[in-house]
Design a protein around this ligand. Structure first.
Ligand code: UD1
Length: 329
């Protein structure tokens, strides 16, 4: 298939491109390189520099003719979305509408959308399945849920078939080491742990040690980015073949505490990784993990790399190539 990957130079997008190429697709990346990086591009894929906020850019891209697209071009920082909702309205919501309208105008009927577990808000029960009520606690999560609703309407009205993939905590790096661009200003646990291990930060702050979990720290469901990438390939094949849309959770189903993650990182890196327990971070749920039974049944998805050791080791391999953020050795 001819596939357009919007946001294909980003952290998750570059892994999706790699998986799409491996599946034999003819891939074009569309990216404004705002957070994506040239170094994440694959020579086997074509590249269009463009911005999803500009309808003309998006239209010109889709005019090249695609059978399917993967949409990952979005802002994703929860805290920032609460402080600057306007950015998220324009980029995530308006940008997606530009994408959907252009896809329809040019006959691209299959859309794989990068959604998030943030659509659920605080869990009423775990593991979280697809029927769990959606009640986002951040503006970021709200944009993802609204986009899922737009997709459902475009399915009804325009015959667009979509797969909304609700990622839990994406982590890890390409196990072959081909993708090695570090995210700028990472906000998530594992990159921060790696920055401490690399000596770029003094210590890790562990947010809360009085949660009702096995060691008092928060439980999350970390899923390897290569596993997530494979789910996009499977989902695109599913919606195209069955002419049916799909919304699934993507998690490893293994809850891991912050302390457990840090312990594994100490073992694998051989570094001390100083950590201090500080107060809870507002808005953090104590335990968040998925059931991915539906993804298994529908798109035959089974995570291969999402054990904590592989998550940490594949990330550490990339961090070891850098002497400072943005500066390779
Ligand atoms: C993340 C994403 C969110 C996504 C969600 C899916 C961010 C900020 N959040 O949320 O977009 O939708 O996964 O489930 O990108 N922690 C520390 N110290 C730190 C950093 C984190 O103790 O310096 C802890 C947090 O309290 C949390 C865990 O580590 O318990 C993971 O945090 P984080 O990587 O920020 O992800 P989530 O908040 O779970």
């Amino acid at each position: 298939m001819k596939v357009l990957v919007l946001g294909g130079a980003g952290y998750i997008g570059s892994h999706v491109v790699k998986a799409m190429l491996a599946a034999g697709h003819d891939v074009t990346v569309f990216d404004n390189l705002g957070s994506g990086q040239l170094g994440n591009l694959f020579p086997e894929a074509k590249f269009i520099a463009g911005d999803i906020r500009h309808a003309d850019d998006v239209n010109a891209a889709f005019a090249r003719g695609f059978d399917g697209c993967v949409h990952l071009a979005a802002y994703k920082a929860v805290g920032e979305s609460m402080a600057e909702p306007e950015k998220y309205s324009v980029n995530n919501i308006s940008g997606t509408l530009n994408m959907l309208n252009a896809a329809c105008a040019h006959g691209c009927k299959n859309v794989v959308f990068s959604s998030s577990a943030a659509v659920f808000g605080s869990p009423q029960y775990v593991p979280i399945d697809e029927r769990h009520p959606t009640d986002p606690e951040s503006y970021y999560g709200f944009t993802k849920l609204e986009i899922e609703r737009f997709l459902a309407w475009y399915d009804r009205l325009k015959g667009v078939r979509y797969a909304a993939l609700r990622y839990f905590n994406a982590a890890g790096y390409d196990v072959d080491g081909r993708i090695d661009g570090l995210e700028r200003n990472p906000q998530n646990l594992l990159p921060i742990v790696m920055e401490v291990a690399s000596g770029w930060r003094k210590e890790l702050q562990i947010f809360g040690q009085d949660y009702d979990t096995r060691d008092g720290t928060c439980v999350r469901d970390y899923v390897h980015v290569a596993d997530l990438a494979q789910a996009h390939v499977n989902a695109l094949a599913y919606i195209a073949k069955n002419d049916r849309s799909l919304t699934v959770n993507l998690g490893s189903e293994k809850g891991v505490t912050v302390t457990e993650m840090v312990e594994v990182a100490r073992k694998i890196t051989g570094k001390e990784i100083p950590a201090a327990y500080v107060g809870r971070r507002s808005g953090d749920a104590s335990a968040l993990y998925a059931t991915s039974a539906l993804a298994r049944e529908t798109i035959g998805w089974a995570p291969k790399y999402s054990d904590v050791e592989t998550l940490v080791a594949s990330t550490w391999k990339v961090y070891q190539k850098y002497k400072a953020p943005g500066e390779k050795k």
